[in-house]
Ligand binder design. Structure first.
Ligand SMILES: C[S@@+](CC[C@H](N)C(=O)[O-])C[C@H]1O[C@@H](n2cnc3c(N)ncnc32)[C@H](O)[C@@H]1O
Length: 287
C-alpha cells in the first residue's frame, strides 16, 4: 500500500435524540432478510433539502460515485457482503448472547442489528459519515427495535396473557434496546482514540463485525490498528469483503497479506462465495 496521507474526519459520538418519535419521522421503511431499513431515495431527497450537514448526498450524486476518499465512504447504501456475513452467522451459528459488539464501518447497521437480535449485551456502531449515522443507522436500529422488540433481546419476557397495550410496550422495548447502543462517526483511528481516551467506561469488544471496509489499501494501516486497539484479547473479528475492488485496488487477499506482515492477528478465510466477483468471509483473532 502507498503511504498517501489522508486527513480523516474527527470522531464524534452521536447522542440519541430525546424524542424517539422524531427518528422515524418522514422515513419510509423497507425490509430485506427479515430486517427493516430506510428507503434511501427518501433519505436522499431529505438530505438534498438540507438535512445533510456534510453534503455527502449532493457530492455522491454529482460525482456519480459511491466512494469519495476521505469525504464519503459508501455508507448510504447496503453493500452485498453484509448479506454474506448475515448468512454466515446463521450457518456457523455464531453466538452474540452477552457479547460486546462493534459494527465497524456500519452504514445501514444491519450487522449490529443482527447482533442485537442475538441478545448482545452492547452494540456500538461506527460510520465515517455523520449523515449516515443520523439519517440511516439510527433509524434502522429504531425501526428494528420497535417492530421486533421482543426478538431484539430487551430482556423483558412479557406474558402473552397481559392486556394488549401496544404503544407503551413498544416504547419500553425501544428504550431498552437503545440503552445497549452507542453511535460514532469519524475516521477509524480518530474513533478509536475517542473511545480509549474518553472518561466513559470502555471495555474492548468481544466481537467486531465489518463488511466491505477493505476496498482502499491506503486505509489498511488505520483499519488494522483500530482492530488491534479495540478487540478484546480473546475476541474475534468477522470481516466480509470482495476478492478485488476494481478502481480502488484493495481486496481481501491483499488485506490478508497486510495482516500477515504485521504479525499481530491470525487469519482464516472461512467462506468463499464464488458467484460473479469472488467474495469472502475472514475471521481474525490475536496470535
Ligand atoms: C463500502 S461501505 C460498507 C458499509 C456497510 N458495512 C455495508 O456492508 O453495507 C464502507 C464503510 O466503512 C467506513 N469507512 C471506510 N473507510 C473508513 C475510514 N478510513 N475511517 C472510518 N470509516 C471508514 C465507511 O463509513 C462505510 O461505513
Amino acid at each position: 500500500p502507498s503511504k498517501k496521507k489522508f486527513c480523516f474526519k474527527a470522531a464524534k459520538e452521536h447522542n440519541i435524540p430525546e424524542d424517539l418519535n422524531k427518528i422515524l419521522e418522514n422515513k419510509v421503511m423497507e425490509t430485506v432478510s427479515d430486517l427493516y431499513y430506510v428507503n434511501m431515495s427518501v433519505v436522499e431527497m431529505k438530505c438534498l433539502d438540507g438535512a445533510d450537514g456534510e453534503g455527502i448526498v449532493a457530492k455522491s450524486v454529482s460525482s456519480h460515485s459511491d466512494l469519495i476518499p476521505g469525504v464519503y465512504e459508501g455508507g448510504l447504501k447496503i453493500w452485498e457482503c453484509t448479506f454474506d456475513l448475515i448468512d454466515y452467522f446463521s450457518e456457523a451459528e455464531i453466538q452474540f448472547t452477552n457479547k460486546t459488539v462493534l459494527d465497524l464501518g456500519c452504514g445501514a447497521g444491519l450487522l449490529g442489528i443482527v447482533a442485537l437480535r442475538g441478545k448482545a449485551e452492547k452494540v456500538h456502531f461506527q460510520d465515517y459519515n455523520s449523515t449516515v449515522i443520523d439519517e440511516i443507522t439510527l433509524s434502522n436500529v429504531v425501526a428494528n427495535s420497535i417492530n421486533e422488540g421482543n426478538r431484539m433481546g430487551s430482556g423483558d419476557d412479557r406474558r402473552t396473557s397481559k392486556p394488549p397495550s401496544k404503544r407503551p410496550k413498544k416504547v419500553e422495548c425501544l428504550a431498552d434496546v437503545l440503552a445497549k447502543c452507542r453511535f460514532f462517526s469519524g475516521g477509524w483511528s480518530e474513533v478509536s482514540q475517542l473511545l480509549l481516551s474518553s472518561n466513559k467506561p470502555f471495555s474492548k469488544y468481544d466481537v467486531i463485525l465489518t463488511s466491505e471496509t477493505i476496498y482502499n489499501p491506503d486505509y489498511y494501516s488505520a483499519l488494522h490498528d483500530t482492530l488491534a486497539q479495540l478487540l478484546d484479547k480473546n475476541g474475534c473479528v468477522y470481516l466480509a469483503g470482495k476478492a478485488h475492488y476494481f478502481g480502488v485496488g484493495g481486496g481481501i487477499y491483499l488485506f490478508e497479506k497486510f495482516i500477515v506482515e504485521r504479525n499481530v492477528f491470525k487469519t482464516s478465510i472461512v467462506k468463499i462465495i464464488d458467484k460473479g466477483l469472488q467474495r469472502c468471509i475472514m475471521e481474525m483473532a490475536f496470535k
